[in-house]
Ligand binder design. Structure first.
Ligand SMILES: [Zn+2]
Length: 275
């Protein structure tokens, strides 16, 4: 966190310039269009953004949710385009790679499976399907805290905005480490607070199994549940310690931004841990 705060001070003016440049795309609350290059499609495209999940800054200006809503015609948003781009550029993802994704009922899973056919995805089904088994819809059931895969089965694991929904997320990190081969990479995104040294627990499971809300409940979109899924955590910098304690040899937080590639929002955040 100290290293980040020092870097942010160094970058202060550049981050302001990024934000001002992003404002040039905005005119009222009209849909947003932006020419760029998709790092997945590898061609010039027109990205688009809407005003779902927008937020109002302290200065009263409203900004779109660039992380979730800046989308390529290939259907993939800023956060997931950057994550898959990172898996290619920094984790050696090739068509032969064995990949595990903690999602399966998503367009992103279909995209990765199309590019790396050895990809395995799963969902936390809760419908009585045994761990490692597949339900009638072809979805594999896995509990991230008790994966059914063998040690070292995968070269790359990807978990994108799932970990905050796992009450015992430290066990999930241990399991993701266990199923990676030595030198294998975990790429992870989750709600992250750059200003928090310690992870903020928003809710916890009590001894009787009920949920105690420590902050107003926050529900995120879930492809399997129209009511959404409860967010237990906003992670802080101790997530890097949690990754190392889970068995990873190295853990990194990457900050990214690119006008050309449509990675807007001042600073994108993703985590990379190497077994
Ligand atoms: Zn694309």
């Amino acid at each position: 966190m100290a290293a980040f705060l020092a870097r942010r001070t160094e970058l202060g003016n550049e981050i302001r310039l990024r934000t001002e440049r992003e404002f040039t795309l905005i005119s009222g609350k009209k849909p947003i269009r932006m020419e760029g290059q998709c790092g997945l499609c590898d061609k010039p495209v027109v990205f688009s953004a809407d005003w779902q999940h927008s937020r109002t800054r302290p200065d009263g200006r409203e900004i779109p949710n660039w992380r979730e809503r800046l989308v390529c015609p290939c259907g993939i948003n800023n956060r997931l385009r950057a994550s898959l781009h990172f898996m290619k550029s920094n984790c050696g993802l090739t068509p032969d790679s064995s990949v595990y994704l903690t999602e399966q009922a998503t367009p992103f899973y279909d995209l990765v499976k199309g590019r790396a056919p050895h990809t395995v995805g799963s969902e936390f089904l809760g419908d009585g399907t045994a761990p490692g088994a597949t339900n009638g819809r072809g979805l594999r059931n896995e509990d991230m805290t008790r994966l059914s895969f063998r040690d070292g089965q995968f070269e790359i694991a990807g978990s994108f905005d799932v970990l905050e929904h796992v009450p015992d997320y430290r066990s999930a990190l241990k399991e993701l480490c266990r199923v990676l081969s030595p030198g294998g990479s975990l790429v992870l995104t989750a709600p992250f607070r750059l200003d928090l040294a310690q992870t903020l627990a928003r809710a916890r499971i009590q001894a009787d199994g009920s949920i105690e809300h420590l902050h107003p409940p926050e529900y995120h979109g879930d492809p399997l549940n129209p009511d959404g899924v409860l967010c237990y955590y906003h992670f802080g910098w101790d997530l890097l310690d949690d990754m190392r304690n889970a068995g990873f040899a190295q853990a990194f937080c990457h900050l990214y931004w690119s006008w050309e590639l449509g990675y807007l929002g001042g600073m994108g955040i993703l985590f990379h841990a190497v077994r």
